[in-house]
Design a protein around this ligand. Structure first.
Ligand code: PEP
Length: 255
């Protein structure tokens, strides 16, 4: 944790969910609004086709929502894509950019990720900018080089604690049940913090840095206790209200 930073637990539903997800969202709202909102922020990222519905289910709640990606342009001939303004129109306040599944599946470069973050800012959205090394890069000792390159290339000038959240997600830990050693998470987060402070000064000191990769209720407390871990980006465990609330509970118990 960073003592002066309120943590955020963010759920990436990926390509999961349906109009039947309303009951799960209701459970989240009941669990979160009653006892967690003071200590931990919560955000959910459903598939974009469910975003407007999700925003309406969350109406009156303190839980925020957003999309899993946006295009760098605000309109035009981009079949299948969505613009940042459309996310706002649907009731979202944030967007994930540069998730490793997009970097890998859609070949997204750092430049494209930065352009998406800028588009998000133009629309007033907070960009959750994802970075993280591949397994081969970790094995060959290149983790910090990769993180430096992704931070420099994917985080645009003008990042602040309000418009940007950095999510460190070792690609090999996503959806695998594998989690790095606490000392490795600490090293990566300290490195990211240093880079952010060098580039953005006080904004970099207060920007939230999330850990993502197989976070579960059982390991969330240990991860949260690590310096500069200011929350979690959660995939699989965000699909069950009990698990997602369990992760938030672990964070609340630390504050
Ligand atoms: C993710 O999708 O960003 C993620 C971290 O997934 P999981 O929690 O399932 O590893």
């Amino acid at each position: 944790m960073t003592p002066e930073i309120k943590p955020v637990v963010a759920g990436n539903w990926k390509m999961n969910g349906s109009s039947n997800s309303q009951s799960m969202v209701r459970e989240l709202v009941a669990g979160y609004d009653q006892k967690l909102q003071g200590q931990v922020d919560m955000a959910i990222f459903p598939p974009s086709i469910l975003l407007a519905q999700t925003a309406s289910w969350l109406s009156g709640s303190k839980i925020s929502c957003g999309a899993q990606d946006c295009h760098a342009n605000q309109s035009g001939a981009h079949t299948g894509d969505i613009a940042a303004d459309m996310i706002v129109d649907a009731g979202g306040t944030m967007v994930l950019v540069g998730h490793s599944e997009r970097r890998v599946d859609h070949n997204e470069s750092n430049d494209e990720v930065a352009a998406k973050a800028r588009a998000a800012w133009q629309s007033g959205l907070t960009a959750f900018i994802c970075i993280g090394e591949l397994e081969a890069e970790r094995r060959s000792g290149k983790t910090l080089d990769v993180l430096a390159e992704q931070l420099a290339g994917s985080v645009p000038d003008g990042a602040t604690a309000a418009n940007a959240v950095i999510a460190y997600e070792p690609v090999w830990a996503i959806g695998t049940g594998l989690v790095p050693e606490a000392s490795d998470v600490e090293e990566a987060h300290a490195f990211i913090r240093k880079q952010l402070v060098e580039r953005f000064g006080n904004a970099g000191a207060t920007m939230r840095i999330l850990y993502g990769g197989s976070v579960k209720p059982g390991n969330a407390g240990e991860l949260m206790a690590i310096n500069n871990v200011d929350g979690a980006l959660v995939g699989g465990a965000s699909l069950k209200a009990e698990d997602f609330l369990g992760i938030c509970e672990a964070y609340r118990n630390m504050t």
